[in-house]
Design a protein around this ligand. Structure first.
Ligand SMILES: [Zn+2]
Length: 247
């Protein structure tokens, strides 16, 4: 069952969107082409982190480095302004970077003009800061509108949602986050986690503590973590001057 997004308005969005869009609606192709999982003919899955860069991102990068794992980071433009060095480090380590808007609005409550500015500005800030021009976008809360797709098309951004999540925006411990993240994982899974908190309320220590558990559980099932672009069969992001040190 899919409700037209235009029927969900105002504060109802905040309450309904987290649970609703985290499940079935994120896969909707109703308003535009959306990838929500990758190729299923290999044993590969992808890890994705939203809402950073933030104060815990560096610790996450260390953990991913120790485990030799490549991930995709869907960054908020205003967070890149706050933490430019961390954004650059994500790029220098060879992780992929996607556009997650400038200030994390729910697009259904924004005009077409504002929506376009949100994507344009984030794209510009990420490119200037990291030397990477994102090819991937994920709208805040997974909420997509016609204006969002129009803006994304103008920037040649491919929309990537997710198939699995650790529900790490809830108050869960590392074990629970890891269990939820891998519970239904299979070839092609795109796993949603967070390295920042768009509401500014929570740190991401539990998500980070869950990463070794997630990696081990995937490995035990014969699944390998691959770059998101490979999973969805896109060309790698253009890198200007950034050395890849974490293949
Ligand atoms: Zn987000």
């Amino acid at each position: 069952m899919l409700l037209p997004i235009s029927m969900i308005t105002g504060s109802a969005v905040a309450a309904a969107s987290a649970a609703y869009y985290a499940t079935s609606a994120v896969r909707s192709q109703w308003l535009g082409a959306t990838v929500w999982r990758g190729r299923t003919d290999t044993n590969e899955v992808a890890l994705t982190f939203d809402d950073g860069p933030d104060k815990d991102t560096e610790e996450l990068l260390d953990v991913l480095g120790d485990l030799n794992v490549n991930a995709a980071f869907f960054m908020i433009g205003s967070q890149v302004e706050r933490h430019p060095d961390i954004a650059r480090r994500v790029a220098e380590l060879g992780h992929e970077i996607g556009n997650h808007s400038y200030s994390h609005p729910i697009f259904v409550s924004r005009s077409a003009n504002e929506t376009r500015k949100q994507l344009d500005l984030a794209q510009q800030i990420i490119a200037e800061t990291t030397d990477i021009r994102p090819l991937l976008a994920r709208p805040p809360y997974g909420v997509r509108t016609r204006a969002y797709f129009s803006a994304a098309r103008n920037l040649n951004l491919q929309t990537v949602q997710w198939s699995d999540t650790g529900f790490d925006w809830k108050d869960h411990d590392a074990e629970r986050i890891a269990r939820d993240a891998v519970q239904h994982a299979r070839a092609g899974s795109i796993i949603l986690l967070h390295d920042g908190d768009s509401a500014g309320k929570s740190d991401r220590k539990r998500t980070i503590a869950g990463i070794p558990l997630i990696v081990a559980a995937l490995k035990a099932r014969g699944l390998e973590i691959a770059p998101l672009s490979r999973l969805i069969e896109m060309k790698s992001q253009p890198q200007f001057g950034a050395e890849q040190t974490n293949a």
